[in-house]
Each structure stands twice: as C-alpha cells, then as structure tokens.
Design a protein around this ligand. Structure first.
Ligand code: GLA
Length: 327
C-alpha cells in the first residue's frame, strides 16, 4: 500500500470516529398499537416509518395488547431515550395511568383511533387525538347496506339487521349508531334490527355474538350485517355461513378496508360485500408528524384531528382503490 493511500485511510477513519462522537443521536418516537395483527395498525406503522424517513426520526414500534404491556412499553421507550409516543390504547380507561406515567418520564403523547376516558368515563379531550369521522363513516355503512339490499330486490319484511356492538369503545358505538340511524332514515323498520354485544374485538368474538343472535331469529331470510370494523363484520358473516345462509342472502359491509383484502380476494363472492376504506396512511403519518413537530419545534398539536375521507371498496374495485392510496 503506498503512503498516500495509507494516509487517506487514516484520515478517513479519524473523520469517521469524529463524526460518530459529535453527531447528535437521531430522535426516537414511539408508536404503540393495541392490535398489531390487524392490517389497519400495520398500515399505520408503515406510514409512521415513512414519516420518520422523510423527517429524520426513528420510530420504535411496540405492540400493547393489554395494560401491563402498555406501561412496560412506556418504561422501555423512556429507557431508550424516546421523547414521546403515539398510541392506540388497548383500553380507553387506561388513559389516566398512561398520562401519569408519560408525564413522570417527560414523554409527549398523541392518541390515535381510540380516545382515552377518565375515571368518570368522560373523554380526555385535553390529550391530542387523531381519529376517523366515526358517525359519518357509520352512516355511510348503513346507506350502502340499504342500497345493496335494494339492488338485490330483497323483501324488507323478510330481512333483518344484525348489529354487533362494542359500546364501551366510543368510536365503535358511534359508528354502529350512525349505521343504524342511516338504515332507519332510509326506511328500514326498527323492529327488525337486532343488536348484540361482542366480548372481544376480533373475528371469533363477533362470530360468537352473531351466532347467539341468529338462532333467536329463524324466521329471517336475509341478513344485513353491521359492525364497527372489518373483523366484526367478518365474524358476523362467518356465523351466517355456519348457520347455512348463502352469500346471496347476506350483505356485510366492514370498516377499515385494509383488513378486508383477503376476503375480497376470494375467487367466489361471500356475504361480505365490501368495506369502507378510511385513511390508515394519514392516521399513521400525520399523528407522528404532529408529535415530531411538537418535540422538535414546540408546535402544540391540535386537540382533535378528524380524518373524513372514505371510499367503498368491493370485489370489483378494491385493487385500484388501494393502489390509489399507495396501500
Ligand atoms: C378502532 C378499531 C380498529 C380501527 C380503528 C380506526 O381502534 O379497533 O380496528 O377501526 O378504530 O380508527
């Protein structure tokens, strides 16, 4: 090796060491979600990462399926030097505990999707929240169900609405109430609407709930299925299949869109007609962008950011519509 090359290498090494010694460590922000198995939350994570790349911070992604994991996650964020986190809590009632812990560790908090409630059960409106327009999107679900029922020329007298509820989650309650009020406004008879609460916000939970309700109404020929998201409606549809209903006699329309891709990709149609696709991309990107702006520039985030855009995806258009959003 000649001397010049050697010198260059030495100089380069010295520069490299100096760089690491003086370079400021990259900002770290957390993104905690209750149900990482849902593509909805995977999409939020992916777009939070994209914001991190665009704006130069690292995203620490942690699954928080319960209260204990949530509090541990906050400890571990603080230990890793994070300055704040975005969270979709596994239970809105954890709000006060999460805020107390975050404050004691000087971490900033933005909530996404599900709003915290205080000990009295009231929404914690002082914590910034990014969420979908629950009532409006629910109303759209009811309108689209009614429209498809009309397209199929069903006899309303032989039709029932099966609404799978999760009222302790405010966004879920508002979506379902919106859907049922739209159905009633369109003329669907209230006496033929049957509501049943689910014990768990996943397919098996909704399936159990739906089964227990279906057996009570053997006279109903056609079913419209209402629920707060895709998994809830999928559970309802699976229950109708289990009890012998044909796809032609069932219309389920979910909410989330990204969680319905497998179902809509099936070669033959099922009772799951379609899904309302809001904007998990915007939820993920915008919530953590606001957090970054708060930490880096001291910009206080808005207390409430409502994301309103929504599109109905069905077997016919889901690929195109997802592509349009880069999903
Ligand atoms: C709740 C639901 C999720 C998703 C989000 C969207 O958290 O559990 O499936 O619908 O709302 O805001």
């Amino acid at each position: 090796m000649n001397k010049m090359v050697k010198n260059l290498i030495v100089a380069g090494l010295a520069l490299g060491i100096a760089n690491t010694a003086f370079a400021e460590e990259k900002l770290k922000l957390g993104f905690l979600v209750k149900q990482p198995e849902e593509p909805w939350f995977q999409t939020e994570w992916a777009f939070a990462d994209k914001a991190g790349q665009d704006l130069n911070f690292d995203v620490i992604k942690i699954a928080v399926p319960d209260g204990e994991k949530t509090l541990n996650a906050i400890d571990s964020l603080a230990a890793n030097g994070a300055k704040g986190f975005v969270i979709c809590t596994p239970d809105p009632k954890l709000g006060p505990a999460i805020m107390a812990k975050a404050k004691s560790m000087d971490l900033k908090v933005i909530t996404v999707d599900d709003q915290f409630v205080n000990a009295k059960g009231n929404p914690m409106t002082d914590v910034p929240l990014v969420m979908m327009a629950a009532t409006k999107i629910g109303e759209r679900q009811g309108q689209e169900l009614y429209k498809e029922m009309t397209n199929r020329k069903w006899d309303v007298k032989e039709t029932g609405v099966l609404a799978i509820t999760a009222d302790e989650l405010d966004t879920a309650r508002r979506r379902v109430e919106g859907s049922l009020s739209a159905l009633k406004a369109a003329g669907f008879p209230e006496a033929q609407i049957f509501s049943v609460p689910t014990k768990a916000n996943d397919i098996p939970g909704a399936l159990d709930a739906a089964n227990s309700m279906l057996v009570q109404h053997p006279d109903v020929k056609n079913w419209l299925i209402v629920g707060m998201n895709d998994n809830t409606v999928l559970g309802g549809v699976r229950a109708t299949e289990g009890q012998g209903f044909k796809a032609a006699n069932v219309i389920g329309i979910g909410i989330n869109g990204v969680d319905a891709v497998n179902e809509l990709s099936k070669t033959s149609a099922t009772g799951f007609f379609g899904s309302l696709l809001p904007s998990p991309d915007i939820h993920g990107y915008k919530s953590i962008q606001m957090l970054n702006d708060w930490v880096v520039n001291g910009v206080e985030p808005a207390k409430f950011t409502e994301v309103t855009d929504v599109v109905l995806i069905t077997r016919d258009n889901f690929k195109v519509e997802l592509q349009k959003k880069g999903l």
